[in-house]
Design a protein around this ligand. Structure first.
Ligand SMILES: [Zn+2]
Ligand SMILES: [Zn+2]
Length: 614
C-alpha cells in the first residue's frame, strides 16, 4: 500500500496521510496537487511526501491527482516549509501564498516542460547597497544581472510597486538580450506568465513581493530594491516579509542576494554591523542640499497662533525661489494632515460606525470618509448628537495647504499631486505632494518645504523614527539646493543627522536605543491578534490566552510583554485585541506557539500570528 503525505491551505498543521488508490500510483509524485476529502469537503492538497507505512487507521483515499508534473520542486517545498516555521502558519498556507491564484483554485496545466540544468553552485553572498540617488545602484544591478546571465542562471528582481516594476523592465530590457517576465498577484495572465517562467522561457523575472516565489530554474541572483519598504510585508496570513523569504531562498538555492535602498532598514544595517552581510555605500555625486530647521513651536508662541501651516521663514524662501523662477515642492505627510469633523457644542468627533477611527473630511466632495474601510457619508451640517449646527472641520488637509498657498502667492501656478493625478512638472511653480512624489525620477526642485512631519514621528510605533527618516532621505534625491523642515522637535536625531549630512548618525543612535529596549533588530516581536464580533468575548479570550502563555513562558522561547486592545480596536465591525511576545529564536517560539494555539479554542474568535510585524 502507498500513502501520500498531504498538506492543505488551512490553518491546520498536517501533513495528513491519505491512501493512494491503485489507479493513481503511477501519477503520484512529491510536489503535485491532488483533490482530497477533508472534513466534509473535497479540497486541494499538496503532496509533500510518499511513504509505504502509516500509523493512522481508517485513512481516506486521494480522489484525483491534478498535475502530471510537480508544481512544487524540492527547493520550493523546503522554502515553504521554512516560511511556515518562521511565520507561524501551516505548511499548506505557506505553499498557497507561493502559488498563483489559478493553481490554488485547481486549474489544470498541461504538461510543464521543466528545463532543469543543475550545475555546481557558488557560495551564498549577500550585499546591501545604499545609494541616495538610486542611479549608481541600477548600474550595479545591471552589471550583476549580466554576470548572472553569462553563467546561464536566472535573476529575480523585486520592486515595491507596479510602477517601479514597469520602469525597471524599461531599464533592464535594452541592456540584455533575453526575454523578461513580469510577475505579480492579480495580474491578468498570472498563471500563463508563471508557466512561461517555469518552462525556462524567461531568465529574468521582475515583480513585486510575491515574485520571490517565482519558479525560475537555476536561480543565481535576487535583487530587492528599496528593501526598507513596508509593502514587502504581506498584511494577511502568512505575514511574510519578502526580504526574509529572499534570505531563505538564496540560502537554499545558493544564490546571490543584493538589497538596495535609499535608506536601509535597521534589520539589514544590523546584519552589516554583525559582519553577516556586506555593505556598499555609494557616495552622492551631487551636492547635498542645505537643510534648515524651523521650530514651529516658538513661531506659534511669537505669532500667537495655534496652528501654523507655513512658517514665515518658509514663506520667505518660497517667495525668493519663485522670484528667481525656481520650482518649489511642499511635501505634506498626509497622515498628519487629515481634517476631522467635530462638534463645538458637545465635543463629539465623528467616527466611522464600523471602525473606531475618526472620519476624514474631503472638501471637494463634501464627504466624510474612513481611510480604513472606505465607509463614506455626506458631511452633516447638524450634529447627530446634540442637533446643534456647530460642526467644524479642523486640521489642515492637503486642500487647506493649497488654499493657504494661493492666498499668499496668488500669481503662482499650484499643482497638487496625490496618487490619482498624473505627474506633470512643467505646468506649475509650486507643487504640493504627498509621499507619491518620492517614487518619481528625474525631478529637481530648487526648494523643498516639509510640513506635518511631526505626526509621523509622534506615532505610537517603535519604528516611527526609522520610517520618518526613510521618508526624509527619499526626499534628498529631489533637490541639491535647499530643504526646509518645519517641526516642533528640531533637535530630533532624524533631523540633526540630515543637518550634519551624516546619515550614519541616525542609524547609530537608533540602533543604540533599540538595543537598550530589546527591540528589533535585536529581538523578534511576535504579535498575536484576536478578533471577533463581540467585544467582551474577544477581551476574555485574549486574557485567557495571555494567562496561558504567561505560565508556559518559563520555557524561555518567548516572553509575554503586553495585552491590549489593538489600534484601531474596532475595524470593519470586528473587535481586536493583541498580545505582544518577544523572542530571540522565532522558529522555536513558533513551534511552541503552534502547540498552544492548537488547543486554544473560543467560539467566534479568530487568532492570527504576525511575526516581525511592521
Ligand atoms: Zn454636538
Ligand atoms: Zn471604517
Amino acid at each position: 500500500m502507498l500513502y501520500a503525505k498531504v498538506v492543505v491551505g488551512l490553518p491546520v498543521e498536517g501533513p495528513f496521510d491519505y491512501i493512494v488508490p491503485a489507479d493513481l500510483i503511477s501519477r503520484i509524485k512529491i510536489g503535485v496537487r491532488a483533490w482530497v476529502p477533508f472534513r466534509t469537503k473535497s479540497i486541494i492538497g499538496y503532496v509533500v511526501g510518499i511513504t509505504s507505512t502509516t500509523k493512522i487507521k481508517n485513512l481516506k483515499k486521494i480522489l484525483e491527482v491534478i498535475d502530471e508534473q510537480p508544481v512544487l520542486n524540492k527547493s520550493m517545498l523546503r522554502l515553504s516549509k521554512e516560511l511556515a516555521e518562521y511565520y507561524c502558519c501551516s505548511w499548506g498556507e505557506a505553499i498557497e501564498t507561493a502559488l498563483p491564484e489559478g493553481l490554488r483554485k485547481g486549474k489544470k496545466i498541461v504538461s510543464i516542460n521543466v528545463n532543469t540544468h543543475s550545475d555546481k553552485k557558488d557560495n551564498p553572498d549577500v550585499i546591501l547597497v545604499q545609494d541616495l540617488d538610486g542611479k549608481e545602484r541600477w548600474n550595479i544591478y545591471l552589471r550583476e544581472i549580466k554576470d548572472t546571465l553569462n553563467k546561464n542562471k536566472s535573476t529575480i528582481v523585486l520592486l515595491p510597486d507596479l510602477n517601479s516594476v514597469l520602469k525597471a523592465q524599461d531599464k533592464i530590457t535594452p541592456s540584455i538580450n533575453t526575454p523578461t517576465s513580469i510577475l505579480y498577484r492579480k495580474q491578468p495572465k498570472e498563471l500563463e506568465e508563471w508557466i512561461k517562467v517555469r518552462e525556462g522561457k524567461a531568465n529574468i523575472v521582475i515583480g513585486m513581493r510575491s515574485a520571490i516565489f517565482s519558479p525560475v530554474n537555476n536561480l543565481g541572483l535576487v535583487i530587492m530594491d528599496e528593501e526598507q519598504d513596508s509593502v514587502y510585508k504581506q498584511d494577511q496570513v502568512p505575514h511574510y516579509h519578502a526580504r526574509e523569504v529572499a534570505f531563505m531562498r538564496t540560502n537554499i538555492e545558493k544564490a546571490k542576494l543584493i538589497l538596495g535602498a535609499t535608506s536601509c532598514s535597521l534589520e539589514s544595517l544590523q546584519l552589516v554591523k554583525a559582519n553577516r552581510i556586506k555593505y556598499d555605500f555609494v557616495a552622492r555625486n551631487r551636492d547635498f542640499p542645505e537643510i534648515k530647521l524651523v521650530d514651529v513651536k516658538s513661531e506659534q508662541r511669537s505669532r500667537k497662533k495655534r496652528h501654523i501651516i507655513l512658517s514665515k521663514y518658509l514663506q520667505g524662501s518660497i517667495y525668493d525661489t519663485l522670484n528667481s523662477s525656481g520650482k518649489v515642492l511642499l511635501f505634506i505627510n498626509r497622515r498628519g494632515f487629515a481634517t476631522f469633523a467635530s462638534c463645538r457644542n458637545c465635543a463629539l468627533v465623528l467616527k466611522c460606525p464600523r471602525c473606531n477611527i475618526n472620519l476624514v473630511y474631503h472638501f471637494k466632495d463634501n464627504i466624510l470618509n474612513c481611510h480604513y474601510c472606505n465607509f463614506k457619508m455626506e458631511a452633516p451640517s447638524i450634529c447627530p448628537n446634540c442637533n446643534s449646527n456647530y460642526i467644524r472641520y479642523t486640521g489642515a488637509g492637503i486642500e487647506t495647504v493649497e488654499s493657504e498657498l494661493s492666498r499668499i502667492f496668488p500669481k503662482s501656478r499650484i499643482n497638487t499631486i496625490d496618487s490619482k493625478k498624473h505627474l506633470n512638472t512643467k505646468d506649475a511653480d509650486i507643487f504640493v505632494a504627498t509621499s507619491v512624489i518620492t517614487k518619481e525620477e528625474g525631478l529637481n526642485f530648487d526648494l523643498i518645504g516639509i510640513i506635518g512631519i511631526d505626526n509621523s514621528l509622534n506615532r505610537i510605533d517603535f519604528r516611527s523614527s526609522e520610517k520618518t527618516f526613510a521618508l526624509l532621505s527619499s526626499l534628498l534625491r529631489l533637490t541639491e539646493k535647499k530643504i526646509i523642515i518645519q517641526s516642533s522637535l528640531p533637535n530630533h536625531i532624524c533631523f540633526q543627522a540630515l543637518v550634519k549630512k551624516d546619515l550614519s548618525l541616525f542609524y547609530e543612535e537608533e540602533l543604540r536605543i533599540r538595543k537598550q529596549l530589546n527591540f528589533p533588530p535585536f529581538k523578534h516581536i511576535i504579535l498575536i491578534k484576536l478578533r471577533g464580533r463581540q467585544e467582551e468575548k474577544v477581551k476574555q479570550a485574549s486574557q485567557d490566552l495571555f494567562k496561558k502563555l504567561n505560565t508556559v513562558h518559563k520555557l524561555k522561547v518567548f516572553r509575554t510583554v503586553s495585552l491590549n486592545p489593538a489600534l484601531p480596536s474596532k475595524l470593519r465591525s470586528k473587535f481586536y485585541w493583541q498580545l505582544l511576545l518577544v523572542s530571540s529564536n522565532v522558529k522555536k517560539a513558533c513551534k511552541s506557539l503552534k502547540i498552544y494555539l492548537k488547543d486554544f479554542s473560543h467560539s467566534g474568535i479568530i487568532v492570527t500570528v504576525d511575526v516581525d510585524p511592521l
